[in-house]
Design a protein around this ligand. Structure first.
Ligand SMILES: O=P(O)(O)OC[C@H]1O[C@H](O[C@H]2O[C@H](CO)[C@@H](O)[C@H](O)[C@H]2O)[C@H](O)[C@@H](O)[C@@H]1O
Length: 247
C-alpha cells in the first residue's frame, strides 16, 4: 500500500455524476454509522435506510452497502435495505431486489466457534456470532488485542480459514471473503456495469474495495485519519460522509 495518497476531499457527488454514470459502494461501521463500544451499541441516524434508497434512486440503482456485518444484522439496526448489499465481508451478495448473487456466506464449523467463544470468555472479550464466521472484539479490553490476533490466526491457519483484522476486532472468515470480490461481482451486472465506481470506507478491509474501484477507473474514498492506504480521496468522519451523500 502507498502511504498518504488520500490527501483531499472528493469532488461533490453531483459533479462526478455530471461526468457519467457513477456507482457507490458504502462501508457501514465507521463510514455511515459512528463507531460504538460494541456491535449492538451503534446509533444509526433516523431514516438512514430510506435516505440510502434516495441516493440509490439518484444513481439509477447503482448504490450498494458492502460491510463486514451480515446483511440481516444491518437490517436489524436500520430496517429493510432498499439498496443492493454485500454482507459478511463480501461473501453474501444481494441485488437491490433481494436476488442472491453467488453461493452466500459459509458458516463457521461449530468446533471453531466454540473455541472462539471460550477464548472470548477467558479473556474478557466480546464474541460476535456472524453468518460467515465469528469475531473477537477487544475494544473494551485492548491489552488483550495481540493475544486475540495470535489466537485467531493460529485457529484459522489450522482449519483452512482466514483471520481478518479490523478496528479492535479480529475475525475468522472464509478465505474467499473479500470486499473487492463483491465490488467486482456488482460491476459485472446491471445496473452497475459500465459505471465509474467509488468505494467509501474507513477500515483496512475496505482497501480491497478501493482496489476494485481503482482498477475499474474509479477511486477509493478513505474515511478518517488512517495513513496507509491506496485511496485517492479522504473525508474526515461520518458526518462528512452524510454531507457528501446529501443525506
Ligand atoms: O465493514 P464494516 O461495515 O465497517 O464492519 C466492520 C465491523 O464493524 C463492526 O465492528 C466495528 O464496529 C463496532 C460498532 O461501532 C465496534 O464496537 C467495533 O470495535 C468495530 O470493529 C461489526 O461488529 C463487525 O462485525 C464488522 O466486521
Amino acid at each position: 500500500m502507498v502511504s498518504g495518497t488520500a490527501t483531499g476531499a472528493p469532488p461533490p457527488l453531483a459533479s462526478l455524476m455530471g461526468e457519467g454514470p457513477v456507482s457507490l459502494f458504502l462501508d457501514f461501521d465507521g463510514t455511515l454509522v459512528e463507531l460504538a463500544p460494541g456491535p449492538d451499541e451503534i446509533k444509526p441516524r433516523a431514516g438512514l435506510a430510506s435516505e440510502l434508497g434516495v441516493v440509490s434512486t439518484r444513481l439509477d440503482g447503482r448504490c450498494a452497502i458492502v460491510s463486514g456485518r451480515g446483511l440481516d444484522d444491518i437490517e436489524k439496526h436500520i430496517g429493510p435495505l432498499p439498496v443492493a448489499g454485500a454482507g459478511s465481508h463480501g461473501s453474501d451478495v444481494r441485488a437491490a431486489d433481494g436476488t442472491q448473487l453467488g453461493d452466500g456466506a459459509i458458516g463457521l464449523p461449530a468446533a471453531i466457534e466454540q473455541r472462539l467463544r471460550v477464548f472470548a470468555a477467558d479473556n474478557a472479550l466480546d464474541y460476535e456470532h456472524k453468518p460467515h464466521g465469528g469475531a473477537l472484539h477487544y475494544r473494551s479490553n485492548q491489552e488483550a488485542g495481540p493475544a486475540a490476533h495470535a489466537f485467531a490466526k493460529q485457529l484459522a491457519d489450522e482449519n483452512g480459514w482466514a483471520a481478518q483484522s479490523g478496528k479492535c476486532v479480529v475475525e475468522i472468515v472464509a478465505k474467499s471473503a473479500n470486499k473487492g470480490a463483491a465490488v467486482r461481482a456488482f460491476l459485472g451486472i446491471a445496473p452497475f456495469a459500465g459505471s465509474r465506481p467509488f468505494f467509501l470506507g474507513d477500515d483496512l478491509t475496505d482497501e480491497a474495495g478501493f482496489a476494485a474501484c481503482i482498477e475499474a477507473g474509479g477511486a477509493g474514498i478513505l474515511i478518517g485519519d488512517r495513513e496507509e492506504t491506496i485511496a485517492t480521496y479522504r473525508l474526515p468522519n461520518v458526518t462528512s460522509v452524510h454531507e457528501w451523500l446529501n443525506l
